[in-house]
Design a protein around this ligand. Structure first.
Ligand code: G6P
Length: 614
């Protein structure tokens, strides 16, 4: 969702901004823009609906000089995607220009007030209202920009990460944030600012993450200054980034999504590293050490998440219930936060999020904390808002995930959640030692097994070719494979725009079976396990109605293979660990189908990687 980038220093800002915006493209957007302050103190703004490349084609023929500038990718909320609604936005007198990620919820009341005072608005955005308000305060209070920003932000309700240029004070960028992420790069007499570190990493590794309700002044020739909305000075905490440039580049793959699918043996291994000790039969997740007693005493666990992370939580439900014998509820964060849920102080809430920035998940965490519950996080992005808002937690060490469709984050989440479930089981004594040890060995083998699945890519491509023109698809699974079916369907619909549904195989009879005809591909996870025979019956029901069966089966399977139009054989594993392996062919299938349909795999329409608005 909206991406922000800014630069102030002695280099030309425009190339830094355009490259930065390209790095932020993965977040999802529908328009882009830049503002540059040139040597003659002209504020040049270029903005376009469409891609960053469209903006660049347009802007490069104009004056793009200037060593101070801001850039933005917009994901429309208030007002349709259009040139006018794109950011940056000017203030009434055109002395200030702003970029903004977030939503100003009370913008309508402020706008009404400003219109009565003669303000004229060009766009339908909430952002333009905010910059008009800031300028009004600046003029009225005769104060500098950073003070006007503090005063204005006390009046607004909502979320924001903003950066402003002031024509009358050309040596400063003023930034502020609440809810939406913002990181400041500190160079040699230059500053960079962005929604995440990817536009900054090329230039400096020294960064400071801005906290909520902080206003930063990035003035040339001075150190970074941060004050909160009450004007209290805050000492910036400057840290070194561990991110490497090659982690955010495609490294020879056609798309980030494919690269990330192929990274899974490594990302699962990295998520296990240092935590799993098969020799001693032990698991140690450092980040939850202090909360083990609370976990042990908890009467239930509540998982909150969105999208693919929610699917990982559904898998976790089976793992925690089976291994640690604790009741589990899995909630969509967006529903949970508005439902007045019953939360006890001895509940443990586990929030799962790749980005660590999803607005609904963050709000669900705050709600649970306000009821006295312990909240643990499973995040991929170190230092993200969710990682900071939770009491404790464990990172998934998947590395940066750039493709909008989540792949390696999903398997890394399940890996960490499996370790958590097993650690809790060992504390509670709910698994016999031999079974526990067996599971640890099985976990260690997962990366190799994923590698084996990746070798099936050519065959999967062939299957993708057969079903590339499908209009609908059904995904079926039972038990712990049901969430895998949901995830398979989500992958297909989000990147190829084929309507797909995931269903518990037996539930098919209660609705989706009506859709089955000889054109309907039905992807079934039919690996060996307690439900195997039952799934075979469900496959028969599909076959009887001439549906096409593409089955994910255990290596060596004969029964399902006889019935299936295509079978993808995956290595055998413990039944509850199968999602880590079975999801991989489904990811590859969706990827190839989407590529064959000419879709933009890494940036599917309307979707955002990091959903920072509710
Ligand atoms: C968006 C992304 C999904 C992701 C979901 C939750 O919809 O496109 O890939 O699963 O948000 O995001 P989170 O960062 O909280 O896991």
């Amino acid at each position: 969702m909206c991406g922000i980038v800014g630069y102030i220093g002695s280099r030309e800002a425009y190339p830094i901004l355009i490259k930065g915006l390209q790095r932020l493209e993965y977040r999802g957007y529908d328009s882009a823009g830049v503002a540059l302050l040139d040597k003659k103190n002209n504020l040049n703004v270029y903005k376009k609906k469409g891609k960053v490349s469209d903006l660049h084609s347009f802007a490069k023929n104009n004056d793009c000089t200037g060593t101070i500038g801001i850039g933005h990718t917009r994901w429309a909320t208030h007002g349709e995607p259009s040139d006018i609604n794109s950011h940056p936005h000017f203030s009434q007198n055109k002395n200030l220009v702003i970029i903004h990620n977030g939503i100003i919820e009370n913008y309508a009341t402020i706008k009404e007030r400003l219109i009565k005072r003669g303000h004229v608005f060009q766009s339908q955005t909430d952002t333009e209202v905010l910059i008009h308000l800031i300028e009004e305060i600046q003029i009225h209070e005769k104060c500098k920009l950073s003070i006007a920003v503090q005063i204005a932000l006390k009046q607004v309700i909502g979320a924001y990460a903003i950066v402003i240029i002031d024509k009358n004070d050309p040596n400063i960028l003023v930034a502020a944030k609440k809810g939406s992420p913002m990181v400041i790069g500190i160079g040699n007499n230059e500053f960079f600012i962005a929604s995440d570190a990817s536009p900054i990493i090329e230039y400096t590794k020294n960064v400071a993450y801005l906290e909520d309700e902080q206003v930063a002044s990035l003035r040339l020739g001075e150190d970074l200054k941060i004050r909160n909305l009450k004007d209290k000075e805050i000492t910036p905490y400057i840290q070194e980034l561990t991110l490497e440039l090659e982690q955010i580049e495609k490294g020879g793959f056609d798309h980030f999504m494919l690269k990330e699918i192929y990274e899974q043996p490594r990302s699962v291994l990295d998520s296990l590293r240092g935590r799993l000790n098969t020799g001693e039969g032990k698991i140690k997740l450092g980040g939850i050490d202090d909360y083990l007693k609370r976990l042990e005493k908890a009467k239930r666990l509540i998982f909150v998440a969105c999208g693919t992370s929610w699917h990982a939580c559904l898998v976790a439900e089976y793992l925690f219930e089976e291994f640690a014998r604790i009741p589990v509820e899995v909630e969509y964060a967006s529903e949970f936060r508005y439902r007045n849920p019953v939360i006890y102080s001895d509940d443990v809430i586990i929030a799962v999020s790749q980005s660590g920035e999803t607005a609904d998940t963050l709000a669900a965490i705050e709600l649970a904390k306000s009821k006295g519950a312990t909240v643990l996080g499973v995040c991929n992005v170190v230092g993200s808002s969710i990682a900071r808002a939770t009491h404790g937690g464990s990172y998934t060490h998947a590395g940066p995930e750039i493709g909008v469709a989540s792949t390696k984050a999903f398997t890394a989440q399940i890996t960490v959640l499996t370790l958590m479930a097993l650690e809790l089981a060992s504390i509670k004594g709910t698994l016999v030692e031999s079974a526990f040890r067996e599971l640890l060995f099985e976990m260690e083998l997962i990366p190799k097994k994923i590698e084996e699945v990746l070798k099936l890519n050519d065959k999967i491509k062939e299957i993708a070719y057969t079903y590339r023109e499908s209009r609908n698809a059904l995904y079926l699974g039972r038990g712990v494979s049901f969430p895998v079916a949901l995830e398979g369907a989500l992958k297909l619909k989000e990147i190829s725009y084929i309507h797909a549904e995931g269903y518990p195989a037996a539930e098919m009879k209660h609705g989706p079976i009506a859709l089955i005809d000889d054109e309907m591909p039905v992807f079934v996870i039919a690996t060996k396990g307690a439900n195997y025979e039952k799934v075979i019956s469900n496959i028969q029901e599909v076959k009887a109605r001439k549906g096409k069966i593409i089955a994910v089966v255990t290596k060596g399977d004969t029964d399902v293979k006889k019935m299936a139009d295509y079978a993808i054989e995956i290595p055998e594993s413990h039944e509850l660990l199968v999602p880590l392996i079975a999801v991989v062919p489904l990811q590859l299938l969706s990827y190839h189908i989407a590529v064959m349909r000419g879709c933009n795999v890494d940036q599917p329409r309307n979707l955002a990687k990091s959903v920072t608005v509710e």
